[in-house]
Design a protein around this ligand. Structure first.
Ligand code: KIV
Length: 292
C-alpha cells in the first residue's frame, strides 16, 4: 500500500491512517488524539503532529453552550467537520456520530456515517455503545468506513447513566465493559475510546483486545490518550473534569484581551496611527475642492 505525503500551509508529514493506529499499538507508541471544531485549531493541531483529530459531539457543550451532547444535529456536526477538514490534512479525521444518527436503524447509521466522509471530509466515524451497536459497526465497516467505538462514560446516555459518572467500577460492570470491547473489536472497529473507567480495568482491556484503546480519564495503560481541546486550553470555564490537565488558561487570556480592547477604544488609544489608512495632503486638498 502506498503512503501519501500531504503538504499543508503549516506542516508536511505522512497521512495518519488506521494502519498507523495498528502499527503504533504493535510498537507500544502512544497515540495522541485531540478534538477540534474549527479551521485554525485544526491547523495548529496538525502542525503539532497529533495523530487523529476527533470532531467530537462534545462541541454541543464546549462550543454551542448546550447542557449535554444530545441536541447537536448531523448538519451541525458536518458544518464543523468541513471546517476541520479544511485546516488539517495529515491527522486521521474522525467524525463523531451525534445522538439519534445511528441508534434508530442500521440503515440510518450507514447513511449518516457516509455523510461524514462524503460531505464532511472525514476519514472515519466514532459512535458510542457496546454490544447493542455491534450490527451498526459491522454494517458501517462493511461499507468501507472505519469505525472508532466509545465505551465507559458515553455522554449520549447521560440520562440513563444518571449523570456524567465514572463507569465500570464494579466487578460485573468491568466484565461487561471487557465483553463490549471484545464485541466491538470483532465487529470491525479499528479503535476504541475508553472514557472515565478505572485505570487498571482500562489497562486490562487494552491488553486483551487487538485494536488500540484511546483513554480519557482511564489512566496510562491505554494505547493512546485524548482530551477535549477546549479543556486542555482552559477555554471552557463551566466545568473541568478531574481527568483534565490544563495546558493553558485561554479563558483568562480572552477576558484580559477583551477588557484591554474595551479600555483602549473607550480612551481612544485604539486605533493608533499604525492601524490607520491615510490620504495624501494633495488628495485631501482636492477632496475639499470636490465637496465644496
Ligand atoms: O465528543 C467528544 O469530544 C468525545 C471525547 C470525550 C472522546 O467523545
Amino acid at each position: 500500500m502506498s503512503t501519501t505525503t500531504i503538504a499543508t500551509t503549516t506542516s508536511t508529514r505522512k497521512k495518519v491512517t488506521t494502519l498507523t493506529f495498528r502499527q503504533k499499538k504493535e510498537r507500544g507508541e502512544p497515540i495522541t488524539m485531540l478534538t477540534a471544531y474549527d479551521y485554525p485549531t485544526a491547523m495548529s493541531i496538525d502542525k503539532a503532529g497529533i495523530d487523529p483529530i476527533l470532531v467530537g459531539d462534545l462541541l454541543a457543550m464546549v462550543v454551542l453552550g448546550y447542557e449535554n451532547t444530545l441536541p447537536v444535529t448531523m448538519d451541525e456536526m458536518l458544518h464543523h467537520a468541513r471546517a476541520v477538514a479544511r485546516g488539517a490534512k495529515a491527522p486521521l479525521l474522525v467524525g463523531d456520530m451525534p445522538f439519534m444518527s445511528y441508534q434508530v436503524s442500521v440503515e440510518d447509521a450507514v447513511r449518516n456515517a457516509g455523510r461524514f466522509l462524503q460531505q464532511g471530509g472525514m476519514d472515519a466515524v466514532k459512535l458510542e455503545g457496546g454490544r447493542e451497536r455491534a450490527d451498526a459497526v459491522r454494517a458501517i465497516t462493511g461499507a468501507g468506513i472505519p469505525v472508532m467505538g466509545h465505551l465507559g462514560l458515553t455522554p449520549q446516555s447521560v440520562h440513563q447513566l444518571g449523570g456524567f459518572r465514572a463507569q465500570g467500577k464494579t466487578a460485573s460492570a468491568g466484565k461487561r465493559l471487557l465483553e463490549d470491547a471484545q464485541i466491538l473489536a470483532e465487529a470491525g472497529a479499528f479503535s476504541l475510546v475508553l472514557e472515565s473507567v478505572p485505570a487498571r480495568l482500562a489497562e486490562y482491556i487494552s491488553k486483551q483486545i487487538s485494536i488500540p484503546t484511546i483513554g480519557i480519564g482511564a489512566g496510562t495503560g491505554c494505547d493512546g490518550q485524548v482530551l477535549v481541546t477546549h479543556d486542555l486550553l482552559g477555554l471552557f470555564e463551566r466545568f473541568t473534569p478531574k481527568f483534565v490537565r490544563q495546558y493553558a488558561n485561554l479563558h483568562e487570556t480572552m477576558d484580559k484581551a477583551f477588557t484591554e480592547y474595551l479600555n483602549d477604544v473607550s480612551t481612544r488609544q485604539f486605533p493608533a496611527a499604525e492601524h490607520t489608512v491615510e490620504m495624501s495632503d494633495e488628495e485631501w486638498a482636492a477632496f475639499h475642492k470636490e465637496v465644496k
